[in-house]
Design a protein around this ligand. Structure first.
Ligand code: SF4
Length: 235
C-alpha cells in the first residue's frame, strides 16, 4: 500500500538530519546570482567525472569565455578541447563526452539551447536530458535544480548516495537513479527547490567529513542517533 505523501518514516528522518546538518555546518544557500544558465550546468556536469567542483566550474567558465559560445565549443577539435580540459581528472573522456553531448543537443534542437525544458514537467525534462550522451541522473537533476530553472529535483552525488545507503534510507546497493527514485517521494513536502539544493550540499559535506568512503567517524557523527549503521555500533 502506498503511504500518503509525507507519512513515510524516512521523511521525519530526513527532516531531523537536515536540522542537525544546519546546526553543525551552518546554512549553505546558493545565492540567486550563482544560478547558472542550464547549458552551463549541463556542461559542468558532463566534464566533471571524479573532478573537484571548483576545477569543473573553472573549466566550464574557461570554455565559454575562450570560445564565446557553446556552438563554437561544440565545433572545436577534440584534441583542442582535451588540452583545455587538462585539469579535469579524465581530460580525453570529458572532451569526447562534451562534444558528443553538445552536438546531440544541436541536432535535436537545431541550436545549443535548452529553453524547451522550461515548458516541460521536471520528470519529462530530466528524461529528455538523460537521452543525451554522457548525461545521467545526477547531471539531469543538477540542470533542473541548480540552474536558473530552479526546480524540485534532488541532486545525488557519490557522497550523498553513500550517506543515504549507510543511514538505511535507500537500499545498500542502490545506484544514483534508484536512490533518486527512492528519496524524491519521501522528501519533506514543505521543502522548496532551494531546500533540496541546500540539503544536497549539506549531505555532501557530511560525506566529506564524518561519513568518508573509508573509516567513517560514526562516534563523532551528528547523524549517529538516526543512522542505521551508526546505531548498530557499540558506544
Ligand atoms: S553515523 Fe557513521 S555511517 Fe552514519 S552517517 Fe554518520 S558517519 Fe556515516
Amino acid at each position: 500500500m502506498q503511504l500518503p505523501l509525507g507519512d513515510d518514516p524516512r521523511t521525519e528522518t530526513l527532516r531531523a538530519l537536515h536540522a542537525s546538518l544546519i546546526a553543525r555546518f551552518g546554512r549553505i544557500v546558493r545565492p540567486p546570482e550563482k544560478r547558472r544558465e542550464p547549458v552551463w550546468v549541463l556542461v559542468q556536469g558532463v566534464i566533471g567525472a571524479r573532478s573537484k567542483t571548483a576545477v569543473s566550474n573553472a573549466s566550464t567558465d574557461f570554455l565559454l569565455e575562450h570560445y564565446g559560445s557553446w556552438d563554437a565549443v561544440a565545433k572545436a577539435p577534440l584534441e583542442e578541447l582535451t588540452a583545455h580540459l587538462a585539469r579535469q581528472t579524465f581530460p580525453e573522456q570529458s572532451a569526447r563526452r562534451l562534444k558528443d553531448c553538445l552536438l546531440a543537443i544541436a541536432e535535436k534542437r537545431g541550436k545549443l539551447d535548452l529553453s524547451l525544458l522550461g515548458d516541460m514537467p521536471t520528470a519529462a525534462a530530466m528524461e529528455w536530458l538523460e537521452t543525451l550522451p554522457g548525461v545521467a541522473r545526477k547531471n539531469s537533476a543538477g540542470v533542473m535544480n541548480t540552474s536558473t530553472f530552479d526546480r524540485s529535483a534532488l541532486v545525488i552525488d557519490g557522497h550523498h548516495r553513500r550517506v543515504m545507503q549507510r543511514m538505511g534510507l535507500v537500499p545498500a546497493r542502490a545506484d544514483t537513479t534508484r536512490a533518486y527514485d527512492e528519496l524524491m517521494p519521501v522528501l519533506p513536502p514543505e521543502w522548496s527547490a532551494q531546500d533540496m539544493d541546500e540539503h544536497h550540499l549539506l549531505v555532501k559535506k557530511l560525506g566529506q567529513t564524518y561519513c568518508r568512503p573509508s573509516r567513517p567517524d560514526c562516534t563523532a557523527c551528528l547523524a549517529r542517533g538516526i543512522c542505521q549503521t551508526g546505531r548498530g555500533l557499540s558506544p
